[in-house]
Design a protein around this ligand. Structure first.
Ligand code: FAD
Length: 462
């Protein structure tokens, strides 16, 4: 790669020092962390580039496209857990974190426009100063970016009411593989052909580089209430949640822990909880409205559930960011440890079967916990956590086997292989099976938009 040429064009923005390069070799994909622990050879990017303006991104992409052999791997917070930002060939790691300005907050239309590299707390701080909030709180809120959320179709902990990132996104600026800038129009809705926003949502840096976005925002809620219920059977709890959402009651936080995860998550809290634990959070601006919803929910859940009061749900709220990246890195640094999370989704009529089938398949290999979260009128998502200690030399083999079993079971049980973490390198193998003919359509779009394969090659759609 002509590094000196690049350095001349962008003085002070191109880095080649090994201690910098190694930080951009991959994201937080557990398999990659295990590989590092095993001392396996890791590919570093050839250079790291930090754009300060959108024009910098355009100029870099034009340069890379002209040289054809150079790949560009967009890097937001690097909190992805599927290897989407992992380096696989000679590449420029495009660190978007300096592109982090809030451009506009419109209090009349309730919108925020910000550059893609802004982190969750930076964006929320600006909004909160005006009494507003995006209401997008993934557990990785502190370490992930607006561009990363859009590129992975992320979903926050309060999505059941506020929606996921695709529901919040109104318009985008994206740099394409030829360096041109495409901008979609800011409008609450449009009927002007297929949605370009949708094309880039979840594209994981393979179709363009998201450089700016406008999202809808909410007034910071002034009232928050909690409910906790315990159910003997998972089927009773799922029926109660379905009844709730199909009566159009959408608490912002809905989490249902199965018996195994209830024990692990609450066993040492001093709270007396057991069974399948359902935690609900309601919030809003109008106390009356919040209380009415809470009352109706209580009536529905009381049919088969045991009312445990507000405390367990409040405990979850206060500790909802505790299981963070540092904890995950720490666990995975121990010899023999494997750990990962699998987030799938299905319509109501397949959801319970999906849970039982996947749980059975995974627990043939390792300990598995599960909770349900992110509910819809039509279904919900399941989040499995597998963890265990195995022979160090078999760690990767075991890890791969668990994923293979889980994904194949998911597909035959009518689930989608990802509710919100995305595909990356991890789930690429099963994406074709999930999309069928749709994969060919997306692949043609990729070839048209990026004929020289410079945008995050070897990943989604390759
Ligand atoms: C502890 C922990 C908890 C998590 N909790 C959640 C959760 O609750 N909900 C959830 O949805 N996810 C969660 N995640 C996963 C992760 O945080 C999300 O996928 C997040 O959206 C990634 O954002 P990022 O800025 O870190 O992106 P990165 O990891 O940097 O990148 C992710 C992918 O998007 C591409 N990309 C990044 N920025 C851009 C851009 N501007 N333009 C084009 N492509 C780009 C990258 O090349 C890569 O393919 C969690 C991860 C961890 C470690």
């Amino acid at each position: 790669m002509q590094i000196n040429e690049l350095k001349k064009i962008f003085p002070g923005q191109v880095f080649v020092e090994e201690k910098i390069l190694q930080k951009y070799a991959g994201d937080l994909w557990p398999r990659y962390l295990i590989q590092k622990r095993l001392g396996q050879k890791i590919k570093f990017p050839t250079v790291v580039f930090q754009p300060k303006t959108i024009l910098d991104v355009q100029k870099l992409v034009q340069w890379a496209n002209a040289h054809q052999i150079i790949a560009i791997v967009p890097f937001g917070g690097g909190s992805g857990v599927c290897g989407g930002a992992t380096i696989t060939q000679e590449s420029i790691a495009l660190d978007l974190r300096k592109l982090n300005q809030v451009k506009d907050i419109n209090i009349v239309s309730h919108t925020v426009t910000a550059e893609a590299g802004i982190l969750g707390p930076e964006l929320e701080k600006s909004l909160n100063q005006k009494g507003l909030t995006l209401c997008h709180f993934p557990a990785s809120f502190d370490i992930s970016t607006l561009g990363g959320w859009i590129s992975t179709r992320a979903s926050g902990q309060l999505s059941t009411y506020y929606g996921s990132i695709e529901d919040m996104l109104l318009s985008l600026k994206v740099v394409l593989a030829d360096g041109s800038l495409v901008e979609t129009k800011l409008t609450p809705r449009t009927a002007t052909g297929p949605s370009l926003n949708e094309l880039f949502l979840g594209a994981e840096g393979t179709l363009g580089i998201v450089v700016e976005a406008t999202c809808q925002v909410h007034t910071v809620p002034s009232v928050r209430e909690f409910l906790s219920f315990s159910f003997q059977e998972i089927s009773q709890a799922l029926l109660a949640i379905r009844t709730l959402v199909q009566k159009e009651i959408f608490p912002c936080g809905v989490r249902l822990y199965d018996e195994s995860e209830t024990q692990v998550a609450f066993g040492e809290t001093g709270l007396k909880v057991s069974g399948n634990l359902l935690l609900l959070t309601f919030e809003g601006e109008e106390a009356e409205l919040v209380q009415i919803q809470q009352k109706i929910a209580q009536r529905i859940l009381n049919k088969e559930g045991k009312d445990l009061g507000a405390l367990p749900a409040k405990h979850w709220w206060e500790h909802r960011f505790d299981l963070n990246d540092q904890k995950m890195i720490q666990i995975l640094s121990s010899e023999g440890m494997i750990l990962d999370t699998i987030e799938v989704a299905a319509p109501w009529h397949h959801l319970e079967n999906l849970y039982h089938s996947m749980k059975k398949a995974i627990q043939e290999e390792i300990i598995v916990l599960a909770h349900f979260s992110h509910f819809y009128l039509t279904g919900g998502s399941i989040y499995f956590t597998f963890v265990g200690n195995v022979e160090e030399k078999e760690a990767l083999q075991k890890y791969d086997l668990i994923w293979k079993k889980a994904m194949e079971t998911c597909l035959v049980s009518q689930g989608t292989i990802s509710h919100h973490h995305g595909i990356g390198l991890l789930k690429k193998e099963w994406l074709k099976k999930e999309l069928n003919e749709g994969w060919n359509v997306l692949s043609k779009i990729k070839k048209t938009l990026d004929p020289n394969h410079i945008l995050n090659p070897d990943k989604l759609l390759s």
